[in-house]
Ligand binder design. Sequence first.
Ligand code: ITT
Length: 234
Amino acid sequence: MRRDRAGVLGLCSAMPASQPIVIATGNPHKVEELRAILGGLGVPCIGLRELESTRSTTFIEPEEHGSTFETNAAIKALSYAQQTGLACLADDSGLEIDALGGRPGVISSHYCTDGRETGMTRAERDAANNARVLGELQGVPLERRGARFVCVMVLANPSGVLLRVRGTFEGRIGELGEVPRGSHGFGYDPIFLVAPEYLQTSAELAQEDKNRLSHRGAAARALAAALEERSLRG
Ligand code: ITT
């Protein structure tokens, strides 16, 4: 389902067809995943860091203080749209674990410190987050280890939110010893066994397979469909 640039981006006067969408995240893995998905759908993209280097500037990272993925994605998309003057796509994502009442949820990236920012690197945080989840689920039976990644994407221009979509990716948290496994992806991928077989972690999936199955892939496809529907409506 390849669409041409004008077809998708000329959808509304708010988004000039000649300009790419800025992928408003500091997470290089997300930029890579989103560029692959949206590029494949004919939507040209540029990463935030790339834009910073072409403009020789640094954008300010907004604080994500919302209690839902929707609020946080909108905060990021609007803030970067206002700073860059371009249409920006931000996602807020995380892991919801049934046995933990939906935690870590919106604090997924800093679960090891209860949501507080620290001086830890991304890799250190990922390892500590995974260790905390595995520790908290010790002794929890298989049927209560269900979990899902959630991704909410918001597209905004400097005057406001244009679109909002959501995608999910079902699985279960493996048991300590069985996981962590796999070297692809990031975050909780090494401990997340993919439904319905639960044989592979999402860190063992090839990038294109993860994009096909993932919450981010589902949200990106929903975004492309919404963009197309808008362009058809004129
Ligand atoms: P930005 O805010 O700059 O986009 P971030 O990594 O902090 O980057 P989020 O606030 O959306 O992103 O936090 C999402 C966290 O949820 C992320 O750090 C991971 O721990 C986890 N997560 C989200 N998507 C994931 C995926 O595809 N695989 C593994 N973990 C994921």
